[in-house]
Design a protein around this ligand. Sequence first.
Ligand code: PAZ
Length: 346
Amino acid sequence: MSTQWEDFFAIHLPPTDFEDNRSLLREFCERHERHGRCIVLITSGGTTVPLEYNTVRFVDNFSAGTRGAVSAEYFLEHGYAVIFMHRLKSLEPFTRHFSGQKLLDMLDIQERGPNTTITDIALRWFETQAESEQYQVSVLKKVCDIAALKPDSVDVLAPVLLRYKAAHAAGALLHVAFTTVSDYFWLLRAACECLASSGPCAMLYLAAAVSDFYVPKDHLPTHKIQSDTGAPIIQLQLVPKMLAPLVNLWVPSAYVVSFKLETDENLLIPKARAALEKYKHKMVVANQLQTRRHRVVLVTPKTSQEILLTREEVHAGTDIECLLVGEIVRRHKEHMQLEGVPEPVP
Ligand code: PAZ
């Protein structure tokens, strides 16, 4: 008899870019394993649940992917190779510093010569609007330097740019993206299969906000739900719990850290403990929606440790992930020592 998670994979087809991503994951894991480097799989952002097969509408999740994107930068600093498995268009390491208008605000259009105030330049642009964009740009290039970095932005950009370039030069960061809850599970299982041979050197840091409820593919209407037949009744079903096969079958030796989000403080620690008891993994990071930026609790079967930012630290822009990742890396190293793994290459 097949299990619920096996039925899930039987019913839901892999995403279209699945084989490409699987090859990337395999190459990345093999390369870093050869060099004796620890690999962390970070999942980040929320999954969607389509309500129609040709999807116009879907149920979504609040997560912007901040926890995952910030944590990825700190794991890289600790010498880990990072698989960043994230919701498409959610925050990503490094670029997250310049999301929205921030990047454009750091750039300037520098005037050259007389009659080249920003208004003159804009006027010239509109005057040549009937021409091709290439022609417009060539006219503008004669009167101004476009996209010069503002001097006071250099200090902000330089450290991020250097860390970004270093991570990429070392081939230490791999991005793979998902959108739906089914894409997420296909990628998660593939990543685990590639990580299995890294044994205790592999870490899973499951920070994505994965939907607990969904509409199975064989229950989805093919086309857009119509309003003229009245309000639809949408019956959601429980998503199978993938942590069970993940811990027991896919990556039995890896250091698995899951996350638990609650809105009711009274449920937070009991739920984290219940998850540890049920799945027998290493740690649950418990956090509450309202306070997650400055308080997390690291729960293990025997201990619980609170990490709390002070008001001053919050004000100074300290990332709680700096402390969180530092502590998890320390415990992962301890665990590897116990398992007799040699010191990883820095
Ligand atoms: O993406 P974000 O930084 O806004 O939120 C992070 C988080 C709360 C989604 C993460 O810390 C977390 O708890 N993930 C697991 C959520 C869950 O219980 O399903």
